[in-house]
Write a protein that binds this ligand. Structure first.
Ligand SMILES: CC(C)(COP(=O)(O)OP(=O)(O)OC[C@H]1O[C@@H](n2cnc3c(N)ncnc32)[C@H](O)[C@@H]1OP(=O)(O)O)[C@@H](O)C(=O)NCCC(=O)NCCS
Length: 167
């Protein structure tokens, strides 16, 4: 049975291994990591267990979109040997459900253009976001947590940046 729980300290090593398997050892070179200088949102760090074995991970970071704090979805990863069974989908659905309890209006993802629309994500390309480095524009997708949030955004000049933790 697949179960989703909030990540604990005990899961850290397994999540790290999963990240390496899914994204390789050079994953921090991808521009999206420039948006994650601090820690993820603790309540939105989820681990998926298949028969008590941790096999999936989804985390969210807070980022700035212009002067608004929004959520960045990801990284999302599922162990290769259990992919295609809906575990990734369940993690995203549960993560978005929990995200709706927060104060954020929007979630942004840099992800596969074919994977996220089924969860309500729509292309962000028309907003011409200023992203910290290279990204294929079609990977950027928004999902509203509060209806109407996208309509209230300016259509240009929105800078996406990470939140550096206070020391
Ligand atoms: C992407 C990932 C998390 C999906 O996990 P999963 O448990 O296999 O996902 P699900 O079983 O819920 O969904 C499988 C569906 O997603 C599709 N899918 C899987 N990877 C995809 C991708 N990279 N792009 C588009 N669709 C993808 C499958 O074709 C399948 O489609 P179907 O439901 O129409 O048959 C997993 O493949 C993974 O860890 N990949 C490596 C890490 C990665 O690329 N993560 C970022 C995703 S943007």
């Amino acid at each position: 049975m697949f179960q989703i729980k909030q990540q604990t300290q005990a899961d850290s090593a397994v999540v790290e291994e999963l990240m390496i398997k899914a994204f390789g050892p050079n994953r921090y070179e991808r521009s999206v990591w420039a948006l994650r200088p601090g820690e993820p949102v603790e309540t939105l760090c989820l681990v998926g267990y298949d028969d008590d074995q941790p096999v999936g991970s989804l985390r969210f970071w807070e980022i700035m979109l212009g002067d608004e704090t929004i959520l960045l979805l990801g990284p999302l990863a599922v162990e290769p040997h259990v992919r295609g069974q809906g575990f990734g989908q369940q993690l995203v659905i549960e993560g978005m459900r929990r995200a709706r309890f927060g104060r954020w209006r929007l979630v942004l993802v840099s992800g596969e253009p074919d994977y996220y629309p089924k969860f309500g994500f729509t292309p962000a390309a028309s907003f011409g976001l200023e992203w910290p480095g290279f990204v294929e524009p079609e990977r950027l997708q928004f999902c509203e947590l509060v209806p109407g949030a996208l309509a209230s955004l300016p259509k240009s000049g929105l800078i996406v940046r990470g939140i550096t933790p206070a020391v």
